[in-house]
Design a protein around this ligand. Structure first.
Ligand code: NAD
Ligand code: TYD
Length: 339
């Protein structure tokens, strides 16, 4: 079994590579990644020398390079994590989101059609459903909830989902799609809420909370997401969408306070800043389908997962300090200095 993991130098893709190499030691895993600002080769250092692992630096939009790779490696399965993934960046510059998230996905699926494949799995997001009202805790996203996007990021992900379903219906491509809630855990790029707040708190810098911090996200430990995707590859039905989430809804402000408490830092570091444009209010997944069909249940409770995550950031300071000392600082200044 040869599996191509795109975007494997990023947060969830790298965790999925570790999960797969550990749980399927006979698989050959090929990581295809462009190494954008969000991709970090040092993340993969522990697996780089494994005989059944290979890294290739390729842009998923580069049709010739993608076809060449499929021709030489003959993958059985492709799992597509490669994407521009940060909502705030998509509000600043939508272009690259459309290119990578939509065109890139279509190039990969064209390669799958040309060279033949057992499965193409598209890693999507709950953000394709838009948001839910904060005062209706009885409402959840199911797989039947209409797509209703808010940001250029979520619109590009919804477009890719529709294309994947179209390739299944039109060309019979064996596609599956998963739509997961917010992930957290090791190797999360420090522009996203949880790692940004940990890094700022450790450096005694202000913690920028958008609006009043009342927006709700449904948090899942990254390994539980990886396990769900693995199950979908093994037992999922082609042409189907599976929602992934662990009923762990939390307000941003409460997450930030937990992090400060865990690190022994004062709440005076919290700074309320101008809200995100079009800011989604609440995400909440109904995971009934993946639970009843595939038997998936999350294993890590938030109270344990957040402690493990904070410990990881404390023990791996060089990983994120290198990131925040470089080019990323220009982004930080641009996004937060006049907010
Ligand atoms: P990330 O930004 O940490 O990593 C993205 C990776 O894709 C990077 O390694 C980057 O170099 C690579 N990449 C970007 N453009 C590329 C291109 N044109 N060609 C090849 N590689 C390219 O993202 P993440 O948080 O790990 O998210 C991975 C996937 O999961 C994305 O598709 C995202 O939409 C989805 N998702 C993320 C979350 C979350 O909470 N982070 C939740 C649900 C779904
Ligand atoms: P983020 O990690 O960007 O994920 P997403 O927008 O895809 O859910 O943000 C999570 C929540 O945290 C979201 O409601 C926006 C908020 N947020 C802040 O309040 N401050 C910040 O500096 C960031 C990056 C996010």
């Amino acid at each position: 079994m040869t599996i191509i993991v795109t975007g494997g130098a990023g947060f969830i893709g790298s965790n999925f590579i570790f999960y797969t190499l550990k749980n399927h030691p006979k698989y050959r895993v090929i990581c295809l990644d462009k190494l954008t600002y969000a991709g970090n080769l040092s993340t993969l250092k522990d697996v780089m020398d494994k005989p059944n692992f290979k890294f290739v630096k390729v842009d998923i939009c580069d049709r010739e390079a993608v076809y060449r790779l499929f021709e030489s490696e003959k993958p059985d399965v492709v799992v597509n994590f490669a994407a521009e993934s940060h909502v705030d960046r998509s509000i600043e510059s939508p272009d690259v989101f459309l290119r990578t998230n939509i065109i890139g996905t279509s190039v990969l699926m064209d390669a799958c059609r040309k060279y033949g494949i057992e499965r193409f799995h598209q890693v999507s997001t709950d953000e394709v459903y838009g948001d839910l009202p904060i005062d209706r805790p009885d409402l959840f996203f199911t797989e039947e909830t209409p797509l209703h996007t808010s940001s250029p990021y979520s619109s590009s992900k919804a477009s890719a989902d529709l294309l994947a379903l179209a390739y299944h219906r039109t060309y019979g491509l064996p596609v599956t799609i998963s739509r997961c809630s917010n992930n957290y855990g090791p190797y999360h790029f420090p522009e996203k809420l949880i790692p940004l707040m940990i890094a700022n708190a450790l450096n005694d810098k202000p913690l920028p909370v958008y609006g009043k911090g009342e927006n709700i996200r449904d948090w899942l430990y990254v390994e539980d997401h990886c396990k769900a995707i693995d199950l979908i590859l093994q037992k999922g039905r082609v042409g189907e969408v599976y929602n992934i989430g662990g009923h762990n809804e939390m307000r941003n402000i409460d997450i930030v306070k937990i992090i400060l408490k865990e690190l022994g830092k004062p709440e005076s570091l919290i700074t309320f800043v101008t809200d995100r444009k079009g800011h989604d209010l609440r995400y909440a997944i109904d995971p009934t389908k993946i639970h009843t069909e595939l038997g998936w249940l999350p294993e890590t409770k938030f109270a344990d997962g957040i402690k493990k995550t904070i410990k990881w950031y404390l023990e791996n300071r060089s990983w994120w300090e290198e990131i925040i000392s470089g080019e990323y600082m220009d982004y930080y200044d641009k996004m937060y200095s006049n907010r």
